[in-house]
Design a protein around this ligand. Structure first.
Ligand code: BGP
Length: 480
């Protein structure tokens, strides 16, 4: 059966400000959390430094210099046929310390230029308000989302950018991969609770109480922002964003099946149940009790959450894992999430298990639960690429990435045929950028190669990889 994607389907790519913009201290921008992270690798966690050490290399400081090269990059996206570009706004470009009452006009003007450039190419921006970052000053003063103070500060920032860009941007997401906040390792990225911490990131210790309280603050903040958008700009579409890590019971032992049910609730459903349905789910109370969590919920919080129901559901999908209660099970990689190995799946060089069928399963499960429009806003493969010279041209033959792309597009096509209301797909890292988990450039996702390396060298030139043309073909045929 020929797979048919809906007419007007959004095809594009996804990025985050801190991973590509660079220009970390330009035009009044304040330091952001990620500016304090050094580079790491698959087995060496990124180190955090409280002060910026001028003698060390911080990969996010220069990113891939999108700040100065966005016109060239957006033109390349348009050449591939994109009609959507997912990006985020760096909060500290707009409010450098997070506590100013007036925004930084130079920062606002930058995003005006970017959105105008997208529009000129017929590309719809999809904007994440918070993608793993906040002004670093808010870490020092409040320990990130641990503090309730963050709610009003985030609201101020979000209202400001909604007021400014509502005619240029229709699709918005509040928090990137909010559900990573349900575990200590993920909370490091997602909630920025790293005050006073120095050293390799994975050693940051936060308790379940801190994680779930921080998430509560984010739910309230997200709810208030969604309500503000709906009341003031009814044409806007507001979405959530979860990191969907599909898990399977490793065996048919009912104990494994139940353990997997619990893991799916924590990892994949807890946050989206709140943001899609506007209330904490039925299983939350037992989970809180058994994990020593007592939420501080103030008057009005639950109304904010109830009013903050999103219009569409979005998620990232990279891998699946397994869950077992049996001893001695092998585990596999993931930057913030690791899980059980699946003998039927292969893994990337960074240990992420590749499972296109799992994407079809996830789409069906999510749609069965919520029945609202959905987008896959991240999917991709980090790999080592080699540049070769042929006929005086530089090329990258990345057939592995094309295979990954085609299989995941096929799985989405099947899900569409299953009846899922899927409206868009944005590949993670359409252009090589700094890895969030490891800080590496060598972990490349792009259809466009960027000459930038982990020792800081490179001239930032861009090269179309073979996958550039493969994606172009997919888009031209609307997925056929
Ligand atoms: C997601 C993040 C992205 C991105 C991606 C790939 O979890 O939302 O920011 O980086 O994963 O991960 P990594 O960069 O660690 O390979």
């Amino acid at each position: 059966m020929a797979v048919t994607f809906p007419k007007g389907f959004f095809w594009g790519g996804a990025t985050a400000a801190n991973q590509l913009e660079g220009a970390w201290d330009v035009d009044g921008r304040g330091p952001s959390v990620d500016d304090h992270f050094l580079g790491g690798s698959v087995d060496t966690p990124r180190e955090i430094t409280i002060s910026i050490d001028p003698d060390r290399f911080y990969p996010n400081h220069d990113g891939i210099d999108f700040y100065h090269r966005y016109e060239e990059d957006i033109a390349l996206f348009a050449e591939m046929g994109f009609n959507m570009f997912r990006m985020s706004i760096a909060w500290s470009r707009i409010f450098p310390t997070g506590e100013e009452t007036e925004p930084n006009e130079a920062g606002l003007a930058f995003y005006d230029r970017v959105f105008d450039c997208c529009r000129a190419h017929g590309i719809e921006p999809l904007v994440t308000l918070s993608h793993y970052e906040m002004p670093y000053a808010l870490v020092e003063k409040y320990n990130g989302w641990e503090s309730r103070e963050l709610i009003v500060l985030f609201e101020r920032y979000a209202r400001c950018v909604l007021d400014r860009y509502h005619e240029k941007v229709t699709y918005w997401l509040t928090f990137n991969e909010i559900n990573l906040g349900t575990s200590a390792a993920g909370a490091l990225f997602e909630t920025s609770m790293i005050r006073g911490f120095e050293g390799p990131g994975s050693e940051v210790v936060v308790t379940p109480q801190q994680c779930y309280q921080a998430l509560h603050h984010q739910f309230v903040a997200s709810g208030r922002v969604v309500r503000y958008a709906h009341e003031n700009y009814p044409e806007l579409k507001m979405g959530n964003m979860d990191c969907f890590i599909l898990t399977y019971a490793a065996t048919c032992d009912p104990a494994d099946v139940w353990a997997n049910e619990l893991e799916m609730n924590r990892m994949n459903w807890y946050c989206s149940d709140v943001q899609v349905r506007g209330a904490y789910p039925f299983y939350a109370r037992r989970y809180w009790r058994e994990n020593g969590i007592e939420l501080d919920v103030r008057d009005g919080d639950l109304d904010d959450i109830a009013d903050g129901k999103v219009d569409f559901y979005t998620f990232s999908y990279y891998m699946s894992n397994t869950v077992t209660t049996h001893e001695g099970a092998e585990t596999t990689g993931g930057n913030m999430v690791s899980g059980g190995k699946n003998p039927y799946l292969e893994s990337t060089d960074w240990g992420w298990q590749v499972d296109p069928t799992g994407l079809r399963v996830a789409l069906n499960q999510i749609y069965a639960r919520y029945q609202i429009p959905m987008m896959v806003v991240e999917n991709g493969m980090g790999a080592l690429d080699e540049v070769v010279e042929e006929d005086g041209e530089k090329r990258v033959h990345d057939q592995y990435r094309i295979d990954y792309l085609e299989k995941h597009v096929a799985a989405m096509g099947e899900a569409v045929a299953d009846g899922v209301d899927l409206i868009g797909y944005t590949w993670w890292g359409p252009i090589d950028l700094v890895s969030a988990g490891t800080g590496e450039m060598r972990k490349r996702y792009g259809f466009i190669y960027v000459d930038k390396h982990d020792d800081g060298t490179g001239d930032y030139s861009r090269i179309r990889k073979d996958s550039f043309y493969a994606y172009q073909k997919i888009i031209r045929s609307n997925g056929l």
